[in-house]
Design a protein around this ligand. Sequence first.
Ligand code: NAP
Length: 308
Amino acid sequence: MRQIAIVGVGKIARDQHVPAIAGSNAFELAATASRHGTVEGVEAFHSLDELLEARPDIPCISLCTPPQVRYGDARLALEAGRHVMLEKPPGATLSEMHDLVALANAQGVTLFATWHSREAAAVDAARDWLRGKTIRSVEIVWKEDVRRWHPGQEWIWEPGGLGVFDPGINALSVLTAVYPRALHLQAAELEFPANRGTPIAASLSFRDPGGAEVSAVFDWRQEGPQTWDVRIETDEGPAVLMDGGAKLVLGEAGDDGPAALDEEYPRLYARFAELLDKGESDVDLSPMRHVADAFTLGRRVETAPFDW
Ligand code: NAP
């Protein structure tokens, strides 16, 4: 068992990381660093600085903070020779990430930029099914209610918090995992609430060298049923990845049963253990690159102010 510490005890740490580590036979939660949050029965520090100083015996650090503050802590941990796992999005800018990759390499430690949606039950099956088929179009619809999933989280509306790209980047992590070729963004429109620094909705279209039409719509204003679907039309019929990648429906038959069990975070920790065993890093920045492109290329439109 390797000892691991969590930094940023908030929503995702409590919902997913703590239970996934508790169920893992590769890791043991040895400490936390958070200004306010703690985990019962686990040694708690107020900052990563203090933790690194007091616990040189903890080799692994899992960063669960918002993206704007992730780089500073990642650097501290890597400089202290610890292996680091990053929540998605891995940081606030691509340049930060290149810097961390170089530092991890220089230190000879593992850096793992996680994409939890890629671990959804049906994503691997979708990638395998698409192999060798002619893809005609891809339509991503990722619509959810920000009040339900991010209650009161102000950081998502601040620069670097990504706004609707916080969930949208999950869709892009699935697309880049299943798609057989590299795509690039060719147009985007971003809707910014008049009183906020990040978008509440976005539509994107991509250029595929294979000729398929590839588009995505992200929206944070959807009440009622939530939609996280990727519909792919091929020469052998459609494939629809539903429920954020939990379920794959092939052909026109439609819904064919419940989504598989959610194992995203246990799979991420198993992958981290595998990387540590092999002495490797895994940092795929392609989902983040598409988001950065949307912020540089996208047309900005002002929309109604947003208040909780
Ligand atoms: P959160 O609860 O708002 O933040 C996590 C914790 O980070 C906070 O409780 C806070 O703990 C600490 N923190 C440190 N600096 C902060 C700052 N400047 N502003 C706010 N909090 C700060 O967020 P979260 O939902 O867990 O999301 C964290 C990361 O996980 C994000 O990158 C997000 O995209 C990703 N994620 C979230 C979900 C989800 O369902 N929410 C799902 C998958 C991935 P202290 O006050 O104790 O320091």
